[in-house]
Design a protein around this ligand. Sequence first.
Ligand code: 4NP
Length: 158
Amino acid sequence: MKKSILFVCLGNICRSPAAEGVMRHMAAKAGVSEMIEIDSAGTYSGHVGDLPDVRMRRAASQRGYELLHRARQIREEDFERFDMIIVMDDMNYETVHRLAPSRDEAAKIYRMREFFSRFPEWSYVPDPYYEGADGFELVLDMLEDACGNLLAKLTERE
Ligand code: 4NP
């Protein structure tokens, strides 16, 4: 059965478009691109229309991910369109939860940390926007870990 996933962060120019790119790449590699619809959005509107941050594009491209997403803001209709809405941190969770039109729709919200297998000391994906290059590498390490586990979960029942 086809699954649709929306990754959400604050600006939709660092963490969530990178998650989208990593997940697309992994799904393609596993031959299941047709089974999974993947998109990303931000809770904040300030970067709408922008490509991902150049630092994130550069770090992602070194690992083989091309990030071409244009930033957009999450909207209420996204709760109808997507099966899973996966947020990067607690602030994203609170904002997205407030937007959920019903209790059933709110049950579609997950935290990225639920899919970590390698980062027991982290309960969220940290915002790299005001960090140095290491921050972007850490985010990509976390996203690769979580997306790998998420993909395994989505494909095991098929
Ligand atoms: P993101 O990072 O939420 O991972 O896309 C940020 C990007 C921009 C801003 C904050 C976080 N900002 O404040 O403009």
